[in-house]
Design a binder for this molecule. Structure first.
Ligand SMILES: C[S@@+](CC[C@H](N)C(=O)[O-])C[C@H]1O[C@@H](n2cnc3c(N)ncnc32)[C@H](O)[C@@H]1O
Length: 324
């Protein structure tokens, strides 16, 4: 099916990599507007870094007519929504023309609870038209932000980002995911919500109990145990389909750069023992860490890496490694 996606402006690359990880074949991109094809639309409903998943109905210029027959697509009552994304034409005039062609009336329109919603994404001198399949509800992520959880610590990446990392791991519904630095359980929660079996461990007892409290609060199962990453292979007697984690960045004065590199490299060695062959490990690391010093190239292939600003002078790299 041909789809029109409105990606979010969260990062210049990650939203598009997330789409590819969920099997969208990207054909065209104009800013945050993406046209692509997939055989599995359902899978895109788990997106974290996009806003809208639409059936693509075509694109058209300022003087062109609608590229589709609305009657063929309207089921029940309909609404039309317009989004200006750097449109260089006369917005009100173009909107008026489109509405004229859609020919709304009191009998056919319901703006509050429509059965069919058309979206018109307007950028430069082009309008991209689509019929709504799925809207990624921002409130559903807000409910899981750090401060909304019963157990909260200021160490957790935002839920939309955690969801994106889980998606980058290539994990499928029903498969198993391990976070060996689970903290308050933010990554585990996002994986649990898309139907993965989740496993977490952490060296701190309060984080372990906190993760359990949070998973339970959001109605999710999962197994969480206290375990240092250095003991992973001994404590988990199973293999996982993906590992997604956000280890400490060693910003405190007590932790030296060498120590933090040792932690990452030991963690990756132990993860190699519990991750299935050919599967992925996604993690964040401070940019100051040199990948050559933590990733053993006989064990992992660096498939992708993305840089992002976190706050202040902290720059993080997000890595996707494949187990060889
Ligand atoms: C940045 S936090 C993880 C945040 C987590 N993603 C969340 O949603 O809350 C890093 C975690 O690593 C844990 N940790 C530090 N050293 C560890 C080690 N050697 N083995 C296992 N966990 C460790 C800390 O207790 C902390 O909870």
């Amino acid at each position: 099916m041909k789809l029109l996606i409105l990606a979010g402006g969260f990062h210049e690359k990650l939203p598009y990599e997330e789409l590819r990880s969920l099997d969208l074949d990207i054909k065209k991109r104009n800013g945050r507007i993406v046209v692509g094809e997939t055989e599995n639309v359902e899978k895109l409903k788990r997106l974290g870094y996009s806003h809208l998943v639409l059936e693509y109905l075509g694109s058209f210029g300022l003087d062109e007519k609608l590229p589709f027959d609305p009657k063929k697509y309207i089921e029940g009552k309909f609404a039309a929504r317009f989004k200006k994304l750097g449109f260089s034409g006369d917005f009100e005039e173009k909107k008026g023309k489109i509405l004229g062609e859609l020919n709304p009336s009191i009998e056919t329109v319901d703006l509050k609870d429509p059965d069919t919603t058309f979206y018109f994404l307007m950028k430069d001198k082009t309008v991209y038209a689509g019929r709504l399949i799925h809207r990624i509800d921002p409130d559903s992520f807000k409910e899981r932000e750090s401060e909304s959880r019963p157990y909260s610590r200021p160490v957790s990446i935002p839920p939309r980002e955690a969801r994106c990392w889980v998606n980058l791991s290539g994990i499928e519904k029903g498969e198993s995911l391990l976070d060996p630095f689970c903290g308050t359980g933010g990554i585990l929660m996002e994986a649990g919500l898309i139907g993965c079996k989740v496993y977490g461990s952490d060296s701190e007892a309060d984080m372990v109990s906190g993760s359990r409290i949070n998973l339970d609060y959001y109605g999710l199962g999962g197994e969480v145990k206290r375990c240092k990453v250095q003991e992973l292979g001994k404590r988990w007697d199973r293999r996982f389909d993906a590992v997604v984690m956000d280890p400490p960045y060693g910003r405190s004065a007590r932790v030296s750069g060498d120590e933090i590199e040792r932690l990452y490299s030991e963690a990756l060695d132990r993860i190699h023992e519990v991750l299935k062959d050919g599967r992925n490990c996604v993690f964040g690391a401070p940019k100051s860490i040199e990948p050559g010093r933590i990733v053993d190239e006989k064990k992992f292939l660096i498939k992708k890496r993305f840089e992002e600003k976190v706050h202040g002078d902290l720059i993080r790299e997000v890595f996707v490694l494949e187990k060889i």
